[in-house]
Design a protein around this ligand. Structure first.
Ligand code: ZN
Length: 279
C-alpha cells in the first residue's frame, strides 16, 4: 500500500491512480495526512480491504510529504562506516549520534529548495522510518510493530553552519526551509518486510553520487528504534532519518556543493523516487 499526500489530502496511490481516503471511506477517515498516524492500525486494516476502480491520474507535482507535520524528527549521524570515514568523524560503534531536523524543514518530494547563502549545501539520501504506534522502552524484536512504513528522505545539510561551533552542532545546519524532503509516499510493511537490505541511490544532475544498501548500516532500524525509545517516547507520525552512506560533497576533493539549477534525485528500492531542484 502506498499512502500519499495529494494536493494536501490523505490518499492511496495504486498503479498511478489516486484514491481520496475521506471520500472512499465515507468520512470514516478525514483528509489530514498527519492525523492518520494516530489511528494507524484501524486505517491499515481499512485500506487493505479497499478495492479501487479508476481514480484520478496521479500528478507528481501535487504530492506532498506523506508525513507533513511530524512532532519529532530524529536523525542518525554516521550510520554507515564509509560515510563516517569520508567525513573524518570517529565511528560510533557503541551508541549512535542522534540529532533533530526541526519540523519546519519538512517539504514534499518534488519542488524547489532555496540554497542558503554561503554555498556549502550537501546531499544525504536516507531511508526514513515513520512511526505508527507510540513506543517507549521497546526491544528490537518489537520495533517493527511500531512502524507505519518507510519513505525516502533527503537530509540536506549546510556544512558551514553545521561545523561553525565546537563541538559541531548538526540540527540548525540541517533545518533550513525545505531541508527535509520526504516522499514520494509511505510504503507499508506488507510491501517491505526487511528494511535491513534496501538499495538506495542519490544522483546530482543524473550522475550517481551515492549508492549503497541499508545492510551496510551500523545500527539497523529495529536497533535504532529500541535505542531511541530508551530515552524518548516515539509518537505516531514521528519520523527517523536513518543515516546516509558515502558519496556526499563534503567527502570529495574538490567539494561539489549544490548550486542553483542543480537537480537532486533520491531513490530507494521498493519505495520510489523524489527530486528537488535548487535555486
Ligand atoms: Zn544524515
Amino acid at each position: 500500500m502506498h499512502v500519499a499526500t495529494v494536493d494536501g489530502r490523505l490518499s492511496l496511490v495504486r498503479d498511478g491512480r489516486v484514491t481520496d481516503v475521506e471520500k472512499a471511506s465515507d468520512g470514516l477517515f478525514g483528509p489530514d495526512p498527519q492525523a492518520v498516524y494516530e489511528r494507524w492500525a484501524g486505517f491499515r486494516d481499512w485500506a487493505a480491504g479497499v478495492t479501487v476502480e479508476g481514480g484520478a491520474e496521479l500528478e507528481p507535482r501535487l504530492l506532498g510529504s506523506p508525513v507533513p507535520a511530524p512532532r519529532q524528527v530524529f536523525a542518525v549521524g554516521l550510520n554507515y562506516a564509509d560515510h563516517a570515514a569520508e567525513t573524518g568523524f570517529a565511528l560510533a560503534e557503541t551508541e549512535p549520534p542522534i540529532f533533530t531536523k526541526f519540523p519546519s524543514s519538512v517539504t514534499g518530494p518534488f519542488g524547489t529548495v532555496a540554497l542558503p547563502p554561503g554555498g556549502h549545501t550537501d546531499w544525504e539520501v536516507e531511508l526514513v522510518v515513520v512511526i505508527g504506534k507510540a513506543a517507549h522502552r521497546i526491544e528490537p524484536d518489537e520495533a517493527l510493530d511500531h512502524v507505519a512504513g518507510y519513505t525516502v528522505g533527503q537530509d540536506l545539510s549546510e556544512r558551514t553552519l553545521q561545523m561553525a561551533s565546537a563541538p559541531p552542532q548538526f540540527s540548525l545546519g540541517k533545518s533550513f526551509p525545505g531541508f527535509a524532503p520526504m516522499g514520494p509516499w509511505l510504503v507499508t510493511l506488507d510491501e517491505i518486510a526487511d528494511p535491513l537490505d534496501l538499495g538506495l541511490e542519490c544522483l546530482v544532475n543524473g550522475e550517481t553520487v551515492q549508492q549503497a544498501r541499508t545492510s551496510a548500516q551500523i545500527f539497523g532500524v529495529p536497533d535504532l528504534l529500541a535505542r531511541l525509545s530508551r530515552t524518548v517516547t516515539l509518537l505516531p507520525g514521528d519520523v527517523v532519518f536513518t543515516g546516509t552512506p558515502a558519496g556526499v560533497a563534503m567527502g570529495r576533493d574538490p567539494q561539489p556543493w549544490l548550486r542553483p539549477g542543480d537537480r537532486l534525485t533520491s531513490r530507494i528500492e521498493g519505495i520510489g523516487e523524489m527530486e528537488q531542484v535548487f535555486r
